[in-house]
Design a protein around this ligand. Sequence first.
Ligand SMILES: Nc1ncnc2c1ncn2[C@@H]1O[C@H](COP(=O)(O)OS(=O)(=O)O)[C@@H](OP(=O)(O)O)[C@H]1O
Length: 518
Amino acid sequence: MSKDTNIKQADEKSNNSWIVKFGPSPTRFLYKTFLPKTQGLKTHTPRPRRMVLFPILDTMWTKLNEYAQKVTLEHLRIVLWTVLGSSVLVSLLTSVAMMNTTLKKIEVYNHRTELAHQHELEYQRKILLGNNGKPSPMAAKVSGLTPSEIRKAESPPKAPTKPPSSYDEDDSVGPPKAPATFGSSGPSLSKPPSEKKKPPSGFSSPASSSSHAPSPISPPSSPWSSVIHSPSSFSPDSASSTGTDSSLYTPPAGEKKEQRFPKVIIVGVSKCGTRALLDYLALHPNVITANKEINFFTNVTMYNKGPEVYRNSMPFSYSDQLTVEKSPDYFECEMCPERIVAIDKTIKVLLILCNPVDRLVSQYMQLKEKNDLSGVPMDAFEEWAVDPMTNTVRKTVASIRTGMYDQYMTNWFRFFHQDKVHVIDGATFIKDPVGEMRKVETFLEIKHFLTSEDIYYNSTKGFHCMYSRIAKKSHCLGPTKGRPHIKVLPGVYQTLQTFYNPHNARLKSYFNYQMSWV
Ligand SMILES: Nc1ncnc2c1ncn2[C@@H]1O[C@H](COP(=O)(O)OS(=O)(=O)O)[C@@H](OP(=O)(O)O)[C@H]1O
């Protein structure tokens, strides 16, 4: 081997090798420290144990030194990468495990909240009915009602001093939603479906005629026994609707106006056009509407006071006029159908349904407006409605559950025969309110009165407005109805749509209602 080659190899070695030298063996230090002491104390000969141990340590040190001298930068690099790699792997595994735990916790939380909701309903039901049908007046306080509900409940409603005018300002706090995506008009919904389908499991069948008959209701207490189940005092009037003002409506001779139980209740669904439906109905001479939402059947204290309180909340009317009230909260109230038929089993129910996703957006706009005013801004719609971590719809949000129409309808059909319920397609109702109101008139057995003269499209409002031929006044719904909606991210809209799909499908398969937006 030439001198140059030797030099080159030496250079390479010095480049690649990182010579580690540990220095002198620590045994020298031990010898120095301990041997003189032992010599000085007892004997001049070192102790045999130390004489064996120190040379062994010495040898080990020398070997270690030899190995250390062979360590190259390459070895260190490998060790370093191995350590780094393992750390990254361990961190990743830990993160995945933590995420998994969090997801499970969320799932459990959702499940618990759902259960809690069911328990709350059951609890309220027990509280409201009481053990022997005798609910306590203080029930509201322990029944989980909101403070405002309790406050409302504690101040008994005053009888209206004048008949409410349908032209009073819109009292609903709800904001409007943007018009739903319109599909083609569904088939007529005015006829009860001939085919009766099975209800979802967990509910008794609304279909069989025997089960349609209101099940025996245990009215809470004596006030209820005074309720008279009188037959409807209305018959369709085939007289022409045209003519002079006085010919539009003539009260029965010698009659005085009275407060009467409603013959028709708009039970929901909130944000689907219930106010427009009520106000359109108010244009009819044979209809008198309660302008405020009475919420009698959901208000424990009010309900416990008995039916007279309900009657006293109604507007004054003549005997040939239908009293109509609307309280969309009834729709989700488990006890309401039963309580309503306990007052009058001939009562008719109007239910307006719209695309639950659009309904949800409308509801969100309402909540957002309220929250913004109170200085507590809401989450973005997308986060509020769908959990971004799991991409699952937040079923714990009450407004989301409202859109599961089939579940609530099943309860209604336990107590109402389908010929006592008229379902309106909310999207068709916005597009063609006159057509839909004609079906309502048929259902209510009142004369066909409303035309495009009474309900006309207002391009500024973007919705239909009303003209009362009797009062000779026009009005549109207030600014809280028909407000623009936020634009929902398409992915989130789709997730919500998919969530509601099975519920929407059941409107047809269980109840035979074909909605334009399904
Ligand atoms: N004529 C007319 N004018 C204004 N708004 C109309 C009308 N007809 C139907 N709608 C739709 O009604 C939606 C409000 O529904 P509700 O009246 O049921 O709301 S509430 O539950 O009483 O708060 C409302 O929802 P928003 O647009 O979100 O306000 C409208 O989509």
